[in-house]
Ligand binder design. Sequence first.
Ligand SMILES: [Zn+2]
Length: 244
Amino acid sequence: MRLRRPGLPAEGRSLVAQHLAHWPLLDEDEQQRLLQITDELLSRKRWEAARGFALDDTVRVVIAAQAALLVLGLSTDHYRLVSGIVVHPSTLQTSGVRAGPSPGTVTADRMSVLGLAQDGRGPVVVAWDQALAGAHRTEPGHNVVLHEFAHKLDMLDGAIDGTPLLPRDMRAEWITVCTDVYDDLVSGRPRPPMRWYGATNPGEFFAVATEVFFEQPRELAALEPELYGVLTRFYRQDPAAREP
Ligand SMILES: [Zn+2]
């Protein structure tokens, strides 16, 4: 027998409405679907607090609802590599050995991180203060939950390379469009609203592009229509059309 973990709590809907700035932009069907995916993530994934922190319904629901927004046009099956979610109270310091900045390297430097997505079937780790700020859209274009869960989507094909699992007929266009913007960023040519952090490597490019797609969709659609277009087709969502 497998114990079912608690899903969406009774006050789940009002917690989402209170904290998720995207909520009033969604139509009724999308809101229902968001709550359903949130419930699945709460009941099917392992939720853990880092030492010295405790998870309450607000923490779990606000993080799960943002992860649900990302796959609103896809399915929770896209999160099959997410074994669990580990929540720290605030920005965390890491010092363990981990993958380095270039493929095949490792580093043990201390660094501050807002969140991270562990390889393979590892968990997503996020800082609660950052996740809450992201839910309320306090810093334009930034959302740590969307960023880390986007890395998990990227990993589905076995490599964090900025190319998630795509329909075969989309792959060539995706690579052409993303490489054009990425190469400019790498050579120091600004491509707003993309942030420079997207030039770190193709994996970070996809994660940052995802944040911008959901959080500054009108700017992205206006300034980078081709990038906006491939992201719309992949995520099966049109966030710019939802914005007031
Ligand atoms: Zn990242």
